[in-house]
Design a protein around this ligand. Sequence first.
Ligand code: DGL
Length: 262
Amino acid sequence: MSAIGVFDSGVGGLTVVRELIRQLPRETIIYFGDTARVPYGIKSRETIIRFSIENILFLLKQDVKLICVACNTVSSCALPVIKSHFRVPIVGVITPGVREAVYATRNKRVGVIGTKGTIKSGSYQSQIRQLDPQVKVTAAACPLFVPFVEEGWLSGGPVLEVARSYLKPLKDAGADTVILGCTHYPVLKPVIQKVLGAGVALIDSAKQVAIEVKKILAQEDLLGRGGPSRHKFYVSDNPEWFRELAARFLGKPVREVKKANV
Ligand code: DGL
């Protein structure tokens, strides 16, 4: 077993792959994006659990040593259930982001933004409160951020206007730390920072999950020893669309994307 398996509802999980490659340069990544069934952010919990189990079964066939759930919606709605089905270590994005946010806040006011599914699950909110009951959490769903990123509208009037409206409750609550609880949001960091102000710490769950993956691989004595082989990218539909968008999330183009059936 040699590679790290990563899955997401689509292309956004490449923000996590980018961090994994940066922090774990010796590891090989096998990525699966469920582009046939994206978005997950508006689906029911039962459907998300079913899709996730299918995605993990696909990755296990590729012989992976750990699975990273890059999708915030899956991590927040389904992680304990999917973990109970498998023996392989499975790492989600919520806990690492929560830890960092609780550590970073000075005024004990934390904001969380994500898909409707992520916010409705209450996972971020309850994990923050568990870690520090004194922290006041303000959460907001920002569903239009995903299409803005996928369409490449990363700055300018429309996205700024939408960001102002979505982020108003967080500003009003005086949050000094905000968790970017969706794969796509790190791409909108400049706009989000502009609206919230330079003094607000933005917690990128992609960065935090890569730290967590590294820790678990070290604990389990699974760290890669040679150099990486070529990373592999699979999708359940439309490899061309994925390839066109990949560079925006990964920071560099993806050469080969294969279609896979889950
Ligand atoms: N990957 C999803 C997440 O991080 C965003 C896109 C979707 O709704 O599927 O929540």
